[in-house]
Design a protein around this ligand. Structure first.
Ligand SMILES: Cc1ncc(COP(=O)(O)O)c(C=O)c1O
Ligand SMILES: N[C@@H](CCOP(=O)(O)O)C(=O)O
Length: 510
């Protein structure tokens, strides 16, 4: 059982409960919370029991390994899960489109975009929203208004986390939500989704800067003890462990769908930016799911691909604006969690405290020198679980086009540019492996309607293609008619953001 949590930068033995780790979000030493132990699931449990479960039942089996029933009784956990996935448009929650390009390639697309905001973030953020509400209601039961605990959620988004967090938390009592996004660097529909929500507990902040600037500000706010004490800052980004936990389910679920419930050869290919999605696959693998490889698919912002190739993690301010903007990220928060496991195995001889010290030193070095490098044994270790592919803008367009032209199941399948990065990377793997017995599960992280320009750039020359008719759901069509509530922050500056949040909090009166 693994129901207590420690920080990736801690060199002492103290741990936190699940509730503390979730409500606090980021550890006070700047590290990320990880479970003290990764629970193990036997092969017979997997293939005789778990393979037959529904998505919700599987989520329950997984989550109860990470959450003590003393903290959340099993009946409550089941109810949280059931409510979180009742908002999805598919009974399967995350359906698998099998053999999209014909059975020769075994290329399966895992559709993660059937939640309220049409992005994979909904799978976790519908649950996180209900979890915050659950903890707050329990804490505040019977308390007068002035003694109620309130949370101020502060998150950064490159487009999708923001709306998924807003839809998970809109209207929830005792929660105020502030989402920072880089001005001009998200798609028009993403901006409409975030800024047309009327609930008074929600405010988006359009910040002049990059996503990395927004994420740095959010982390600095978490590190500001005084601000934190005043406002109880809560995290919705994947620095929050609950985000990763909720994503583990679809790795198990899709594996069983791809192999018809049997053990088989499976590779997952994951369009990656902040490394939260693929990290959930790493936990699934370490719990015992027999996955061959997790393939990191990056766009031209390829720090992760470079790290796996040369062992240097290097900060740069040079973020490229690509056709897959939600992945325009240079520093991938969750990579720190993976580094902790690798450091423990390859540097710290299995010692948790020494692993924390090592990771802390690396991140101090990143702050002072802009980079750190790791021993080659660590990279070799990482390569046992991971592979990586870098995909250019041109290749992204090719992948959208080819999938439209070549898909048989369904015909004229339309994918978004982030999914396209994954599909192109998958094709590279298929060509390299030349092994028809491998099942490739390519994660589709957003609905194509969210990225009009890239999809039209790829498909507008095809006769009969129409974005309005073939791609855009009715629900998203009406967004452009609604009034937008945008608050501009003229400079990516922590003091300016804090001041804006405090002014807006007064107006919100949550
Ligand atoms: C559509 C889409 N695809 C892929 C990613 C990358 O996922 P992660 O940041 O978890 O690596 C994101 C953003 O996180 C996204 O919004
Ligand atoms: N691509 C993300 C960036 C934030 O990442 P997160 O997974 O840590 O929340 C987005 O769409 O906002």
């Amino acid at each position: 059982m693994s129901q207590s949590y420690r920080s990736t930068r801690s060199s002492d033995a103290a741990t936190k409960t699940f509730e503390e780790a979730i409500i606090q979000g980021l550890a006070s030493d700047g590290g990320l919370f990880i479970p003290s132990v990764i629970p193990q699931v036997s092969s017979s449990e997997l293939f005789e029991k778990w393979a037959k479960l529904s998505f919700q039942e599987l989520a329950f089996e997984i989550m109860k390994l990470y959450i003590s029933s003393d903290e959340i009784p099993e009946a409550d956990l089941k109810d949280l899960i059931s409510r979180s996935y009742s908002t999805f448009r598919s009974d399967d929650v995350t359906p698998l489109s099998k053999n999209v390009t014909g059975s020769d390639e075994n290329l399966h697309v895992l559709e993660l975009f059937h939640g309220p905001t049409y992005a994979f973030k909904d799978v976790a953020l519908q649950f996180v929203g209900n979890l915050f509400e659950y903890f707050l209601q329990r804490h505040n039961k019977g308390l007068p208004e002035d003694q109620r605990k309130k949370i101020t959620v502060v998150g950064a988004t490159s487009g999708d986390t923001g709306s998924a967090a807003i839809y998970g938390l809109r209207g929830k009592k005792d929660v105020a939500v502030f989402i920072l996004y880089p001005t001009g660097r998200i798609s028009p529909i993403q901006e409409e989704q975030m800024t047309t929500v009327e609930d008074k507990n929600v405010q988006t902040l359009s910040v002049k800067g990059t996503f990395d600037n927004c994420q740095d500000i959010v982390k600095a706010i978490f590190g500001d003890k005084e601000f934190n004490a005043r406002h109880n800052v809560g995290a919705v980004n994947s620095i929050n462990w609950a985000r990763i936990l909720a994503q583990i389910t679809y790795y198990f679920y899709s594996y069983f769908k791809a192999t018809n419930g049997k053990e088989g050869k499976v590779k997952f290919v994951v369009p990656s930016g902040n490394f939260g999605d693929i990290l959930a696959g790493y936990y699934a693998k370490k719990m015992g799911l027999p996955v061959q490889k997790l393939v990191i698919a990056t766009n031209e912002n390829d720090i992760l691909d470079r790290f796996l190739k040369n062992g240097v993690y290097e900060r740069s301010d040079d973020v490229a604006a690509t056709l897959s903007p939600a992945m325009d990220i240079l520093i991938s928060s969750n990579f720190e969690r993976l580094l902790w496991y690798l450091a423990r195995e390859h540097v710290a001889s299995g010692d948790d405290l020494k692993a924390g010290e090592t990771v802390n030193n690396w991140f101090q070095e990143l702050k002072s020198k802009g980079k750190f490098d790791v021993p080659s044994s660590l990279i070799e270790g990482a390569k046992k679980d991971f592979d990586s592919e870098r995909v250019s803008n041109e290749e992204t367009i090719i992948a959208i086009k080819q999938t439209y032209e070549q898909s048989v199941n369904p015909k004229h399948y339309i994918i978004d540019p982030h999914t396209a990065v994954g599909v192109f990377a998958t094709k590279k793997q298929i060509a390299k492996d030349a092994d028809k017995s491998i099942n490739y599960i390519s994660l589709s992280t957003a609905h194509p309607a969210k990225f009009t320009d890239a999809v039209n750039q790829a498909l507008s020359t095809f006769e009969g293609y129409s974005f309005e008719n073939d791609v855009l759901p009715e629900e998203l069509k009406k967004l452009s008619t609604l009034e937008k509530k945008i608050k501009l922050v003229e400079k990516a500056d922590i003091e300016l953001v804090k001041q804006t949040i405090e002014e807006e909090l007064v107006k919100m009166n949550v």
